[in-house]
Design a protein around this ligand. Structure first.
Ligand SMILES: Cc1cc2nc3c(=O)[nH]c(=O)nc-3n(C[C@H](O)[C@H](O)[C@H](O)COP(=O)(O)OP(=O)(O)OC[C@H]3O[C@@H](n4cnc5c(N)ncnc54)[C@H](O)[C@@H]3O)c2cc1C
Length: 408
């Protein structure tokens, strides 16, 4: 299995973050030997393959934060990368729509953030301009963000993997290799997988919904726990898709880390509506009834989860009600497009977000990357990490080079 002489770098996780990190490393340091270890039989099976597919512009993130920097840089790099054949994308623009006066202060704060983050072309718009851009949409004020786009992130991940494969025989993508432990062998890590052992000078943990577990296997106390939040989508039925031209977003509730239920016209012309955000009983489960005793016990035995629940009980119950009731979901959608009818929506895909939560119930907003003794751990890479993947890759590539004694 793998390379009997071992690798310089082993990346755990074949999602978009792990693959972007690997891609940057093999390109900048062609002499290194690298492997990507993915537990599933195919790449991009989890968050990367179950998301909204939006190339974010960087408007929501606190100026100066890693998210703000990496989203704007990553967006540029992703668009450049998508010029590779076989990665269709479209810069379609989006509107963020306020439907009530009380949303205005937060909408203006987003506008300030966007300007500070260098988001190009953003402007505040009134109801007429909203209707010009999205004829079926209603709102009192909004933001128009012309640089937002759509892409298939799973396709980006597969293209990254192909390009890594083309860089030489020393680099390998090993699917079906679940990492279950770490040992030491002198200066090397021994990565124990279900297929056997792999030696590497440096391990990079990009395990998404399991990143906290992989960190603990390496003896690192991550200081957070991944609490999974399910997001359900509806699809617009074919007779209703013309009601959405591009992307329609609400003004997000500033108390929560999620952007709220939005309309997304995808690359293939279909329209997603969602996602909501409810506590999930399984980290990698894609039905409303998915349940894992291990995952549920991990979440509910963590004090931070209970603090989070207690603080947001009303919001949580409302989200659950909306997850069960199609009527409530429809009501949310009608805030923006009043002509959406019950027969216009049908159940769509489901995604699960890896949300890092601290012991006091705080949801970690920014990306979190921890440098351990033998490994680099990506411990919080929520949205917009798919947009920012190549910028995250650049950053981790520099950290890895320093750790391996190479010039960055
Ligand atoms: C509903 C939803 C909507 C979103 N919308 C957007 C959006 O529009 N735009 C945007 O930029 N971002 C969006 N995001 C966020 C984005 O999808 C994630 O930030 C990104 O996909 C994270 O990538 P990742 O590689 O870290 O994680 P993942 O894609 O989850 O990959 C982690 C990989 O690690 C593997 N793994 C786990 N444990 C092990 C182990 N022990 N051994 C080996 N392999 C292991 C898993 O199988 C998995 O393939 C959204 C996310 C969700 C859930």
């Amino acid at each position: 299995m793998g390379n009997p002489c071992g690798y310089d770098v082993a990346v755990v996780g074949g999602g978009i973050v792990g693959l972007a990190v690997a891609y940057r490393i093999v390109n900048r340091h062609p002499g290194l030997h690298l492997c990507v270890l993915e537990k599933e039989s195919s790449l991009a099976s989890h968050q990367t393959g179950h998301n909204s597919g939006v190339i974010h512009s960087g408007l929501y993130y606190k100026p100066g934060s890693a998210k703000a920097r990496m989203c704007t840089q990553g967006r540029r790099e992703l668009i450049e990368f998508a010029r590779n054949p076989g990665v269709p994308f479209r810069i379609c623009g989006k509107i963020v729509v306020a439907t009530e006066e009380r949303e205005m202060p937060h909408m203006r704060r987003i506008l300030d953030y966007a300007r500070a983050n260098g988001v190009e072309g953003i402007e505040e718009i009134g109801p007429e301009r909203i209707r010009e851009i999205e004829p079926a949409c209603r709102g009192i004020r909004g933001l128009h963000v012309p640089g937002t786009g759509i892409i298939d992130f799973a396709q980006v991940a597969r293209t990254l993997a192909q390009l890594i494969g083309h860089t030489g025989e020393g680099n390998q993508i090993l699917t079906g290799h679940e990492v279950v432990g770490f040992q030491r062998d002198g200066s090397r890590s021994v990565v124990v997988t279900r297929q056997g052992e792999i030696r590497a000078r440096l391990v990079i943990n990009c395990a998404g919904l399991n990143c906290d577990r992989v960190a603990r296997l390496d003896g690192v106390h991550p200081g957070i726990r991944i609490i999974p939040f399910r997001g359900d989508y509806y699809d617009l039925a074919p007779q209703a898709t013309e009601k959405v031209r591009a992307l329609i977003y609400p003004v997000p509730d500033p108390r929560f880390p999620f952007l709220g239920i939005h309309y997304t016209r995808k690359i293939n012309g279909t329209v997603d509506c969602g996602p909501n955000a409810v506590f999930a009983f399984k980290r990698e489960g894609y039905t409303k009834t998915s349940f894992s005793l291990r995952d549920t016990a991990a979440s509910l035995s963590y004090p931070g989860t209970w603090v989070l629940f207690a603080r947001n009980a009303r919001y949580g119950l409302h989200e659950y009600a909306r997850a069960i009731s199609r009527r409530l979901f429809l009501r949310t959608l009608r805030r923006f497009i009043p002509t959406i009818e019950p027969q216009d929506i049908r159940p769509g895909k489901i995604g699960v977000r890896a949300q890092a939560v601290g012991p006091w119930g705080q949801t970690l907003d920014d990306f979190k990357i921890e440098i351990g003794e033998h490994a680099i751990h990506v411990l919080n890479a929520p949205s917009p990490a798919a947009t920012a993947c190549l910028a995250i890759g650049d950053h981790i590539c520099e950290l890895a080079a320093r750790r391996l004694g190479l010039s960055p």
